[in-house]
Design a protein around this ligand. Structure first.
Ligand code: PEP
Ligand code: MG
Length: 752
């Protein structure tokens, strides 16, 4: 009886036969032997073999058609041979001529040389590969797509048996072999901070008890009800979320809704039910397929979207199995997830969460943006964590350095506890500083502002006592949306930002997209050097409609209030002139329509391309202020990629060329009467901020987390003596003057 495809009765009958075998009294191994026989027969294959992962290798556990002596003898590494390939990539293969495939590995003990065609599917549970199910034929058989689907479905049924009886025992034995050791795992830092707490897995595996459907029509009805439940859950979630009022997270929710209403997705679920699966097993099958696709995808945006979809699948399974609702968390929960949708993080009680660790993900993932907005220490890309840690284990998360300690020893805990206590004490001290002026011992007053990208960042204004927002990176709001935001949507966000800031000024930077800040919905031709490519003002001047829309939104939002805006990545004065012309067009439009214009309008430029340093006489009369983007300025000054790990630390911001460039800039801007701020990372590091102040800068903008320490440093400073010392350092031959400055600060009691 040939399998007749996903929707066919043949596939359903085969599943029923398998279920009967599964429900029988026989022991695990015997049942597996019967299962491979049933599958071989059902799929009209001469061979059906089941390989399972044991001790990191793929071991032949059962076969119909290969030599029985090979069972428990043939072992393949992950990635070895075609079976290893299927396991490694967690995706099926169907080959009419398997032996000509470059990965074919011949195992003489199996006697498989006479079989030419091969079709295999991974046996998956919770995204993990438990093994591989393979059928083989003597002829060069072309397996149809629906036959591959059928095999994948069968693999799900087999996964049940594996999890219940075969390898779990092995795992139990392995677990008894001594105390688990501590481990130190490295990932990438997502959000600063240190936390000690208890491991909580974001998605403890939901056990699917029924895989094969009795009544497909009833399963379809269950699916429909669950999809409806899921939609209302998503609606409620965001309506209730504290951050929803910030408006900008709507974009994320929209991406979810898009999937939930996607007909292709719904159809795939229905097809899987049609092939004989229960609704929850159907969701799991579609989820497995997606995960296999995910592994192939390199485009970071698409990966993020597929991860969002993974989240939806999990939610749907929860609806189907009745496991919806909040979990009970320990008070010091450290959440561990393979990947995570942003909505899921919002689901947790923030009061109990201490940190987040992702096995996958990136610093730009939606969930990372939310983690930052919630001020949750976070580390991403720690792939081995789930293998190393168990629920309830003690974890230390160092979000600043991107390190996770699993079951750390007392010495690590002591050190970290000391650090956590010191950080807390510093926070208390810093809170006391909140209302004190950022003024040096010799009476130099420095303005301290915040860098922001999300509205949630603006809530830090009150907490830190900052003077305003020195850099509002508008592109972040564009990056978290699934499509280009309309003028009204942009205006709403900018208006809210101004409302939260109240009397405090906000400097909006126009769209600085491109380079490493790609907008997923804008097509790009990849430049060879994206940081020096078509980005930022280059892009918005080439697409003036985008710039006009953004300026219109800013003018609309500011109506009757002061507005400060600046243009990023200006390389030549002519670009600024062009941009100001676009602004003039929009202003004219406002005047004509009689709409309220801003109370005052200040226009500035970012100084982050070295060419601008050589055009100051032409630039200064055309701007109301300047803002130094030291991150880009330094990468272009040294021709050293700011994101390169290998170059990090090679050139120092505290070096004669940088001091000289900054000193010249301060001198000329002061002579031209143009106020200037530094808004790159330099401004937020105490010793670097100290140096900038010594060079004559009196306005700095930085992240909220950095501000208290910078203020404390300023209050300990004697600017006069520092300035004279710096004059000498500018012409020093040293690669770096950091140590000299550190020593000077120590000698003079400056709190760096
Ligand atoms: C900079 O380049 O210093 C800057 C502040 O801009 P961004 O980091 O957003 O490029
Ligand atoms: Mg920049």
């Amino acid at each position: 009886m040939p399998a007749s495809g996903t929707l066919g009765g043949g596939s359903r009958q085969l599943l029923k036969r398998l279920r009967d075998v599964m429900a029988g009294q026989a022991a695990g191994q015997e049942r597996l032997d019967r299962i491979v026989r049933v599958i071989a027969q059902g799929l009209v294959a001469e061979v059906c073999s089941c390989y399972l992962v044991r001790g990191g290798m793929l071991e032949l556990f059962a076969t119909e058609g290969l030599k029985p002596e090979a069972v428990h003898q043939t072992r393949l590494a992950m990635g070895e041979g075609l079976v290893g390939d299927i396991a490694l990539h967690a995706r099926p293969l169907a080959l009419a001529d398997a032996q000509s495939h470059p990965n074919f590995a011949y195992r003489p003990e199996t006697g498989e040389e006479i079989f030419h065609s091969l079709m295999g599917a991974p046996i998956l549970r919770g995204g993990r590969v438990l093994g591989v199910l393979v059928v083989q034929n003597r002829t060069k058989r072309h397996y149809a797509e629906d036959e591959v689907e059928t095999l994948e479905t069968i693999a799900m049924v087999v996964a049940e048996l594996v999890s219940a009886e075969l390898v779990s025992e092995e795992e139990a034995i392995a677990a008894e072999q001594g105390e688990p050791m501590p481990a130190r795992l490295e990932g990438i830092p997502v959000h600063d901070g240190i936390a000690i707490g208890t491991t909580v897995f974001h998605r403890p595996e939901i056990e699917i008890r029924r895989v094969v459907a009795e009544d497909p029509a009833a399963e379809l009805r269950r699916l429909e009800a669950a999809v409806g439940g899921l939609r209302s859950q998503l609606d409620g979630l965001f309506a209730a979320a504290e951050l929803a009022r910030a408006g900008e997270h709507e974009g994320i929710l929209e991406a979810y809704r898009m999937f939930a209403e996607d007909r292709g997705w719904n159809q795939r679920l229905k097809d899987a039910i049609g092939s004989g699966l229960t609704a929850e097993a159907a969701v799991q099958k579609v989820q497995n397929d997606m995960r296999a696709r995910l592994a192939q995808v390199v485009d970071p945006y698409l990966r993020e979207r597929l991860m969002d979809l993974d989240d939806l699948h999990h939610r749907l399974i929860q609806h189907l199995t009745g496991e919806v609702g909040k979990r009970v968390l320990p008070d010091d929960a450290i959440l561990v997830a393979r990947s995570m949708g942003p909505a899921e993080l919002l689901d947790y009680d923030r009061g109990k969460l201490k940190a987040l660790v992702l096995e996958e993900g990136s610093a730009t993932a939606h969930v990372a943006i939310i983690a930052r907005a919630l001020d949750l220490p976070a580390v991403a890309r720690v792939p081995e964590l789930r293998d190393q840690a168990s629920a309830g284990d003690r974890l230390v998360v160092d979000g600043t350095n991107g390190v996770v300690y699993v079951r750390p020893g007392d010495d690590v805990i002591d050190t970290i506890s000391g650090l956590v206590a010191a950080t807390r004490a510093a926070e208390v001290r810093h809170a006391e500083l909140r209302d004190l002026p950022a003024e040096s011992r010799d009476g130099v007053r420095v303005s301290l502002s915040l860098n922001a990208g999300l509205l949630a960042d603006l809530t830090q204004l009150d907490r830190t006592g900052a003077d305003g927002v020195g850099l509002f990176r508008t592109e972040i709001g564009f990056m978290v949306r699934p499509r280009y935001p309309s003028v009204a949507e942009q205006a709403q966000v900018y208006g809210q930002a101004l409302a939260i800031a109240g009397e405090r000024p906000v400097v909006f930077r126009t769209l600085d997209a491109g380079g490493d800040k790609r907008l997923p919905y804008l097509p790009y031709d990849e430049d060879e050097n994206p940081a020096m490519g078509w980005r930022s003002i280059r892009m918005t001047l080439d697409r003036p409609a985008l710039l006009r829309q953004q300026l219109r939104a800013l003018l609309t939002a500011a109506a009757g209030r002061p507005l400060s805006l600046m243009f990023p990545m200006v390389a030549e004065v002519a670009e600024l002139v062009d941009a100001k012309q676009v602004l003039e067009l929009e202003l004219e439009r406002f005047r004509r329509s009689g709409g309220p214009t801003p109370k005052t309008l200040r226009v500035g430029a970012m100084v982050e391309v070295p060419a601008l340093l050589h055009q100051l006489p032409a630039l200064l009369p055309r701007v109301d202020f300047l803002s130094v983007g030291s991150n880009d300025l330094l990468q272009f000054l040294f021709a050293a990629d700011r994101g390169s790990q290998r170059l990090a630390g090679r050139y120092d911001a505290l070096s004669p060329p940088v001091l000289s460039a900054m000193a010249g800039l301060v001198r000329e801007a002061a002579a031209g009467g143009v106020p200037m701020t530094v808004c790159g990372e330099m401004a937020g590091r105490p010793i670097e901020a100290m140096t900038l102040i010594g060079l004559g800068f009196s306005s700095l903008s930085m992240s909220a987390a950095a501000l208290p320490a910078v203020k404390a440093m300023i209050r300990s400073l004697d600017v006069g003596s520092l300035a004279s010392y710096l004059e000498r350092l500018i012409s020093a031959p040293d690669r770096s003057v950091r140590e000299k400055l550190r020593a000077f600060a120590a000698d003079h009691g400056f709190a760096i």
